[in-house]
Ligand binder design. Structure first.
Ligand code: UD1
Length: 355
């Protein structure tokens, strides 16, 4: 069968890696990169580290306003789909690339499988929430990371083609674990269990100067060392509001460029606490059983909170500082998102669907 995966942004490359490994021995699996992420460390570095072949097509769409970006992707993907006519299109997660691919395929009546279906934050200010809801409602196969996400779809009337497969990002992490040795910490001059790893890139946090200031003030007050790989969106805004120098001036805050996935996940694995506004990073911390503090008011990954590994604090400075200093482990038997055969389950479902 001919299956086309459409990806564009960092977390999608991670999800693509085990899927490609699973599908390519059995099927013609092609990769279309929209070009949403294009910096070397945001894109190509992931392909190299994760052993994914170069994309068959790169639309090189780049950045822009949501409508313009999604529109350019829609046009480019539609053109390719009309030429290639795959039997199925695989879309991942909740980015603009996900939505564009799902819309293009739906209009051409090409079956769509959505990897990471049924997640909801119920916050429509997040562009990702719109992308998820719309993608789920045009997909033919919905691969849910947990029973909870499947129940959410059922509540919205989406019941056909829904399968609880586990989470492909968790599989990717478990496969990488042997490569995540402690020596990866050396270049940051930190040791296991004694630093806070920080990420912040959510549009609703970093594009709002008040929320971003709340985060920066918290980082300046945390005990111990902070390692903070800075997303380009965040760096641009920190510069604009004059706060980059303030963070760079502190010896205990290590600001670094976006990291390759292996270095980053090694930092997650050995951190005392992970402080983030990312969805994927919450779940990665949970997988490594590292306490997480999330700078948002809601999460799609509710199991991480229910099982005691994650707390939601928004962007209030005092709340962040208190939660980081009080962070403690949750239930050690927690394993809500599946294991090492997530992609095998997906492949068999795809095969039985396409017959
Ligand atoms: C996107 C996804 C988000 C995902 C994140 C992972 C959407 C709506 N958002 O957010 O769900 O969690 O990717 O990182 O699709 N930029 C660069 N170089 C790059 C890419 C981006 O400099 O390679 C800068 C540009 O200034 C761009 C900004 O970052 O305008 C934001 O990029 P964009 O792709 O719009 O969204 P992300 O914040 O990365």
């Amino acid at each position: 069968m001919h299956i086309l995966s459409v990806v564009g942004a960092r977390p999608q490359f991670v999800k693509l890696a085990p899927v490609h490994r699973e599908l390519s021995p059995y099927h013609q699996h092609q990769i279309l990169h929209t070009g949403q992420h294009y910096d070397y460390e945001m894109s190509q570095a992931f392909f190299e580290d994760l052993g994914i072949p170069d994309p068959d097509v790169n639309l090189e769409i780049g950045s822009g306003l949501h409508g313009a970006m999604t529109g350019r992707m829609l046009t480019g993907i539609e053109e390719r789909l009309m030429v290639d006519r795959p039997d199925m299109v695989l879309v991942y997660g909740d980015t603009n690339s996900t939505l564009a691919a799902a819309l293009a395929a739906a209009k051409l009546h090409i079956p769509i499988a959505h990897v990471e279906a049924g997640l909801r934050s119920y916050n429509r200010n997040m562009p990702e929430e719109i992308n998820r809801v719309l993608t789920d409602h045009v997909s033919d196969l919905l691969f849910c990371p947990s029973q909870h996400s499947s129940d959410i779809l059922s509540g919205e009337g989406v019941r056909e083609g829904v399968h609880v497969t586990g989470d492909v990002m968790v599989q990717a992490l478990l496969e990488l674990e042997p490569r995540l040795g402690k020596e990866r910490l050396q270049r940051f001059d930190v040791s296991r269990g004694e630093y806070v790893l920080v990420t912040a890139h959510r549009q609703e946090n970093v594009d709002d100067p008040i929320r971003l200031r709340g985060i920066v003030d918290a980082l300046s007050s945390l005990d111990g060392t902070v390692v903070f790989p800075v997303h380009p969106r965040t760096r641009a805004m920190l510069e604009r509001i004059g706060m980059l120098d303030r963070l760079e001036g502190r010896a205990d805050v290590r600001l670094v460029k976006p990291l390759d996935f292996i270095t980053f996940t090694a930092l997650e694995r050995y951190a005392r606490v992970v402080l983030t506004d990312s969805g994927g990073v919450q779940k990665e911390a949970y997988t490594f059983q590292v306490p997480c503090v999330t700078m948002r008011n809601e999460t799609e990954w509710t199991e991480t909170v229910d099982e005691g590994w994650n707390v939601l604090v928004g962007t209030d400075t005092d709340a962040i500082v208190a939660a980081v200093s009080n962070a403690s482990p949750g239930r050690t038997e927690a394993r809500s998102y599946g294991g090492l055969d997530v992609t095998g389950i997906m492949r068999r479902i795809i095969e039985s669907r396409l017959g």
